[in-house]
Design a protein around this ligand. Structure first.
Ligand code: ATP
Length: 433
């Protein structure tokens, strides 16, 4: 029996007779010869079916095969007569697993975004969508790798929470038995802050949920976030860790995913420039710069989406915007001792117009100050009792940050809207499929 192989491994089986299993991607030819493009999840290969070379019934199967039909093909792997590093399968036998009888809904011709999103379950099979998921996988693994290598332990934060974590975002709410309301987590940060007192450095990585009605190319209602938190790390070192992480992610993608980036027509020159040191500017400096570029941003305003776009279009490296005015940032951020109007925080903005990918800060570690902050923000003291405890029993300076996975994947893959980089996007007007 022929050996079962994956298309990605063809180079190791030249001249051997093998069997592949997959789906019909495309078909050309007629009369005496058919070229079957078959995909198996690991790649796409061309199978060549010659009329005199195969029994009549095998040729008939090639003739009747329709797009996305599932099949097994046996044949001999040969080097492509002209193309370097390309292999073909000289087909000997075909077994149709399922013959698709209806026209496959996604044709080669351009479809509108609404149609593609309605058919997301099928759209995922396309060349570009597969490439995005492969890069996403590299990025996820690169995150784990970098954090593990730098002493961070994975700690899983809960998704059901008893209170609004930061008091800054609208959350999805539900009834929780006799306990009252529960909410879907917007971030695991506060929980992994607790865990640093056990393991020193840790991170979580999972889905988070935001019910705010942001209808932009950068917002989803469900997205994947990695929060990292470290004891004895202050503001500058926090940024240094983030810089190392982003450099590692981009390096891994460039090492592993050049074919996928080519399918996505992603210009890789800007990615090659993602090397340390990143640009660092204060919020005050950035506001001045933005106003010179025509923005009407106020001194104490958060950066709007358009501000992030115009600022990052100017630079080819990621930019840390640090020390935001405290009023636009969360209650738990430590204030800058040199000027308490500002927080010891930084957002990391991706270049080429992409904007914020990370939000981070040093956390307030003083009990009385944090208590005052919780009261100022009208947050529930009962809900934050446990969080205050962390400042009561062995408090230490500590910092952390949260990365939005889809923002990073969107930037690295050069996609305009982040809904394209999550397998099944949830936005304010989409929950299907
Ligand atoms: P923004 O100002 O862009 O709405 P944020 O300040 O609310 O973001 P954080 O709460 O700091 O963001 O979340 C950390 C990271 O999570 C962000 O840097 C971003 O990468 C990502 N993120 C935040 N909100 C969303 C969203 N709705 N969809 C996708 N990713 C998001």
């Amino acid at each position: 029996m022929a050996t079962k192989v994956f298309i990605k491994d063809f180079k190791n089986h030249v001249d051997e007779e093998v069997m592949i299993q997959g789906w019909m991607f495309n078909k050309r030819g007629s009369g005496k010869i058919y070229f079957l493009e078959v995909r198996d999840g690991t790649g796409v290969a061309q199978g060549v079916v010659f009329k005199p070379g195969v029994p009549e019934e095998v040729f008939k199967k090639a003739e009747e095969l329709t797009m996305e039909s599932s099949l097994k093909i046996t044949g001999q792997i040969t080097k492509h007569p002209k193309l370097e590093n390309t292999f073909e399968l000289q087909v000997k036998d075909i077994e149709i697993i399922q013959l698709v009888k209806e026209n496959y809904p996604i044709a080669k011709k351009g479809h509108g975004m609404h149609f593609l999103l309605e058919n997301r379950h099928l759209w995922l099979r396309s060349r570009k969508q597969r490439a995005i998921q492969i890069v996403r996988n590299t990025i996820i693994n690169a995150v784990y790798e970098y954090l593990n290598d730098n002493g961070f332990i994975k700690i899983d934060a809960p998704i059901l929470t008893p209170n609004a974590c930061e008091g800054t975002t609208e959350l999805f709410e539900m009834d929780y038995f006799d306990e009252g309301k529960a909410y879907l987590s917007q971030s695991g940060q506060l929980y992994i802050e607790a865990a640093i007192f056990s393991v020193g450095r840790c991170f979580d990585f999972g889905p988070v949920f935001r019910a705010e009605k942001s209808k932009t190319r950068r917002h989803l209602t469900e997205f994947w976030m990695m929060d990292a938190e470290a004891a004895f790390v202050e503001h500058d070192e926090n940024m240094h860790i983030q810089e190392g992480l982003i450099v590692h992610i981009v390096k891994k993608v460039l090492e592993n995913n050049l074919p996928e980036l080519a399918i996505l027509e992603r210009d890789i020159e800007p990615l090659k420039k993602v090397v340390p040191p990143f640009i660092k500017k204060t919020h005050t400096e950035v506001v001045k710069e933005l106003r010179e570029m025509g923005s009407d941003i106020g001194e104490n305003d958060d950066l709007g989406g358009d501000d992030e776009t115009i600022l990052t279009q100017k630079y080819d490296k990621p930019i840390f915007v640090e020390k935001y005015p405290t009023e636009v940032k969360a209650f738990y951020m430590k204030r800058d001792p040199k000027d308490p109007r500002f927080a010891l925080c930084a957002d990391l903005l991706a270049p080429e117009g992409y904007g914020e990918i990370i939000g981070g800060s040093q956390r307030e570690d003083d009990y009385a100050t944090l208590l005052g902050r919780i009261k100022e923000h009208n947050l529930s003291l009962d809900a934050f009792k446990w969080y205050l405890d962390l400042r009561k029993y062995g408090s230490v300076p500590h910092s952390g940050f949260g990365i939005g996975l889809e923002r990073i994947v969107g930037w690295i893959c050069g996609r305009k809207h982040i809904r394209e980089v999550i397998p099944f996007p949830r936005t304010i007007n989409r929950i299907y499929p």
